[in-house]
Design a protein around this ligand. Structure first.
Ligand SMILES: [Zn+2]
Length: 597
């Protein structure tokens, strides 16, 4: 039974967070307050005498840190929302600069804390993190201490942080600036229009092959025209990163990413191995899809096109009702939460020019709210994206009673809740479908995820690891970047396409996120990890929600290996777990092949 809500607004409400958008006085005041909090945190570290005594003031320091940290997150989220909703908002860009500088200040202060922590004697440290005030935070404290060992001196790390504002994060801003002025010319009804990157991207799912081809040709041209600028940006961003790694004596480019994701190299390697060993069924799917589209081999621009003409569309209201209803079959908390998000205008979904492409979810810790950004144009994919982002928001909500310093979960587990939410909607929709064509379309949409995580993301990972190795030796030319990308794509897609997307290194913003290196494998991890959880949830029925929430609560205070062991009884360093999850995806392919015989 579908709920029948009145129309939901397609634009979000940011005024309840800070009134007045990018000229908000309240927001300026907030930034000043955060700066004071950072100073106060820094001062407390400097006057800290860590030697000997039981707690010796560390609880107090951490409380100050938490305040500054939450305030900064609130500010970062606000600016992200402002920039995304209107790429021409110059005030927002200026605010971004201020927030980045504050983040750097906080980082520097943290470096001081880390070094102070390092100077504490082992036995004193042990009793410190085991005392009743700090025991709850022992995982993150031990983690900080361990990671601090691998870094440079306090002064050197502080200098790096200061230089990073313009020399590192600045390159990410540069990338955003290039992309926001990029237009893709496109002929529509005999008239030429200029599409933003996000609008052009939506055309790749057009049923009309000619439309896809035209937009892809212009797409490649547009990225090609900007390739030198973007390649320079990528080379400098990665160059800074590598220079810092070298100074710290880190040889493995994956070190930071793995630590950030709290996972071992063993886990990562075994995950990719299982995926590489299981490409065949997905190649079969691509072949069948080519056949259904009436072509010999799929082109890159066919990947997002629906293989079947199931033109079922969902208005925003229908999409919302669909999600709320199907979330409800898994659990009441998730469903009630989604409804609150729609009603409370937590979502920016309007289809209009001048918006950033893509989707994201960001949280406002001081308001206990999240905001979701996307562009909704009535497709099932949009419904799926909406469910995905709501999954992220639910993760934050599930952790509402957890100590704020234990709420920082990494990217790989962040994608768990989102993918989980997406899977609920996909499966429920499939079960409900009556027509064969609708079943095929829904299955395809699910398999498209597998293709994305096992092929597209795999290509990004292969490209990025190889690119970084070459970058260690010097600047990598545009031509070489194209070669590396095409080779990685061919390998990841097991040679199943007729044409690839060499400029993908330019069109994918994930290569330019300075805060988080290797923003790719965590997606694949999250996908398979969530499928593992999903399998368990299906077995246990509606009562599983409580267990699911307790798993989410732990995501910020243990390694992924520990998390899997505690809540799923699984060993992530063994093939079995991954194979079982991939098998679920293969089952979808088999069903698809059967239905489209
Ligand atoms: Zn996500």
């Amino acid at each position: 039974m579908l709920l029948t809500p009145s129309t939901y607004s397609m634009t979000w409400d940011l005024d309840v967070i800070f009134p007045g958008g990018s000229s908000s006085k309240e927001f300026r005041d907030h930034l000043e307050k955060v700066e004071k909090e950072i100073h106060s945190f820094e001062a407390s570290i400097k006057s800290w005498d860590a030697s000997g005594s039981e707690d010796s003031g560390l609880s107090d320091i951490l409380e100050k840190f938490q305040k500054a940290d939450s305030g900064l997150e609130q500010a970062e989220s606000f600016v992200s929302c402002l920039q995304a909703q209107n790429t021409d908002d110059v005030n927002a860009n200026e605010l971004r600069g201020i927030v980045t500088a504050l983040a750097s200040q906080l980082n520097t202060a943290l470096t001081h804390l880390d070094k102070a922590i390092l100077e504490i004697d082992d036995s004193v440290w042990k009793s410190l993190v085991e005392n009743e005030h700090l025991n709850e935070l022992s995982f993150i404290l031990n983690e900080r201490r361990r990671q601090a060992v691998d870094k440079l001196s306090k002064e050197e790390e502080a200098l790096i942080n200061d230089l990073a504002v313009d020399g590192y994060h600045g390159w990410e801003e540069m990338y955003d600036a290039i992309v926001s002025q990029l237009c893709i010319p496109f002929k529509e009804n005999g008239k030429e229009v200029l599409l933003s990157v996000g609008q052009a991207q939506n055309k790749f799912s057009s049923l009309d092959r000619q439309v896809r081809k035209n937009v892809f040709d212009e797409w490649e041209k547009a990225w090609g025209k900007n390739a030198e600028l973007i390649a320079t940006t990528l080379n400098h961003l990665s160059g800074f990163r590598l220079a810092v790694y070298k100074k710290r004596g880190w040889n493995d480019v994956l070190k930071e990413a793995l630590e950030y994701n709290r996972m071992s190299k063993e886990t990562l390697d075994i995950m990719w191995k299982v995926i590489s060993d299981n490409k065949k069924p997905f190649v079969e799917f691509l072949k069948r899809k080519a056949h259904l589209l009436g072509v010999e081999k799929l082109n890159w621009y066919d990947l997002d096109a629906p293989a079947t003409d199931s033109s079922k569309t969902y208005t925003y209201r229908e999409g919302a009702a669909f999600i709320i209803d199907h979330f409800g079959k898994f659990g009441d908390e998730l469903s009630k939460f989604a409804e609150k998000a729609f009603k409370g205008r937590w979502i920016e979904a309007e289809d209009r020019p001048g918006k950033r492409p893509g989707g994201f979810c960001t949280s406002f810790p001081l308001s206990s709210q999240s905001r979701i950004f996307m562009t909704y144009s009535d497709t099932y994919e949009n419904v799926s994206t909406l469910a995905h982002e709501l999954g992220h928001a639910f993760h934050t909500y599930a952790m509402k009673d957890v100590h704020p310093l234990n709420c920082h979960y990494a990217m790989n587990v962040a994608e768990t809740a989102s993918t989980f939410a997406e899977t609920i909607v996909a499966d429920a929709a499939f079960e409900q479908a009556k027509e064969n064509s609708e079943k095929i379309a829904l299955l395809e949409s699910k398999i498209q995820n597998s293709i994305a995580f096992f092929m597209n993301i795999h290509a990004r990972f292969l490209f990025e690891t190889r690119f970084y190795e070459e970058r260690k030796k010097g600047m990598v030319s545009t031509e070489r970047l194209n070669q590396l990308m095409e080779k990685a794509q061919k390998e990841a897609y097991a040679d199943s396409l007729s044409q690839y997307h060499p400029y993908f290194w330019g069109s994918k913003l994930h290569f330019y996120i300075s805060d988080i290196p290797f923003y790719n494998f965590p997606y694949t991890f999250g996908y398979l990890f969530s499928l593992g959880i999903y399998a368990q949830a299906k077995k246990e029925g509606k009562g599983y929600e409580e267990k699911y929430i307790s798993l989410l609560k732990d995501t910020g205070r243990m390694t992924v290996e520990e998390l899997a062991k505690k809540h799923l009884g699984a060993d992530l360093t063994k093939e079995d777990f991954w194979q079982a999850a991939v098998d679920l995806c293969i089952k979808d392919v088999e069903e698809f092949l059967e239905l489209t015989k």
